[in-house]
Ligand binder design. Sequence first.
Ligand SMILES: [Zn+2]
Ligand SMILES: [Zn+2]
Length: 281
Amino acid sequence: MFDYHVHTSFSADSKLPMEQACQAAVDKGVTEIAFTEHLDYYYPNCPLTFEFDYDEYACTVDEMRDRFGGRLYILKAVEIGLHSSVKEKNEQFVRGHQFDFIIGSVHIADDLDLHNGDYFKGKSLDEALELYFETVYYCVQDNPFFHVLGHLDLIKRYVHYLQADPACIDWRRYDQLIGETLKQLIKTGRGIEVNMSGYRYKLNCTLPELPLIRLYRQLGGEIITVGSDAHHQAHIAHHFERAYNLLEEAGFKYVTVYREGQPHFVPISKMGKLTEGGRDW
Ligand SMILES: [Zn+2]
Ligand SMILES: [Zn+2]
């Protein structure tokens, strides 16, 4: 299994030491992990600072590579919070440092935080969803420097602020808008992730779910990673069998890994073998 979205104590909202994350990953049969620490230069109305010291981070990853070499392949990675006001700063950060893998994520829309609910104040459900998916589209179009778009429908985790049940929303209303985003990603050699955080947010589903994963595949999308978005060791590789099954159901035969910023494809059918004794590719 490959967990391509994990936060450690280099992220402001995680206390997980990287060594513990590596050990937990190995114990669970993960053979490849990307430490995608938060970098959100624009994050309004929040006491946390989502930035980290790259040199310290890279040095810790190198130490872990020495310690876990042969058992765990570790990627230097980052989850960049996309926002129009910090576009240049974001780009400078990723161009100025060596990363194996970069996730681009939309945590803020309409200049407001989804997580704390500010975004939803004064909006109808339809307004909130439409503006969110529009924001994702423009962020994808304006920020070409990332590899994979994080949690495409993150807003699903927060519609409870409008007393909405994600299971009862007609998400197909936004298919055309989301389809444009997916086409833009495909055209520019980028991909999406299947994010498993929905399970710990009690949504009992992936972000995105099967219909959008299938739509991405039908539009010609091939690059797809799976990430737990773990901030705690218990969540590493959480429900990954479900993710791989879902990918196969959507028509994927491969999962994507990155080497020096380039995508490579590993058959999903090999996932089981990979947990038994080293990588085979
Ligand atoms: Zn995120
Ligand atoms: Zn994350």
